[in-house]
Design a protein around this ligand. Structure first.
Ligand SMILES: [Zn+2]
Ligand SMILES: [Zn+2]
Length: 95
């Protein structure tokens, strides 16, 4: 996946961590423990199970203003999916 490759390029600056994360990544696929969320954001307290999720968070969420605003109330979010869920659940509108 191209996204993972790009993230690896960014993660290279942290020496040694890349290989360690790779090990955790491979072992995490079989485990169901909660400490799977080992991809911690360096800028906030968010933790992610998948490297790609952390990458997406860093690129689109962390430090960014919410870009999706509910047209029916003041709810705001940084991602499209939670917004669609909000509109469906809170306002009962199917989108
Ligand atoms: Zn963050
Ligand atoms: Zn709303």
């Amino acid at each position: 996946m191209e996204v993972v490759v790009m993230f690896n390029k960014e993660a290279v600056s942290v020496s040694g961590l890349k290989r360690m994360k790779h090990c955790d990544w491979t072992s995490s696929t079989t485990s169901t423990s909660d400490n799977l969320h080992l991809y911690a954001c360096p800028r906030c307290t968010k933790r992610y199970k998948f490297r790609t999720s952390l990458y997406r968070h860093l690129k689109f969420e962390c430090g960014k203003e919410p870009s999706f605003r509910c047209p029916h109330c003041s709810y705001m979010t940084k991602q499209k999916a939670p917004m669609q869920r909000h509109i469906r659940h809170t306002h009962g509108i199917n989108i």
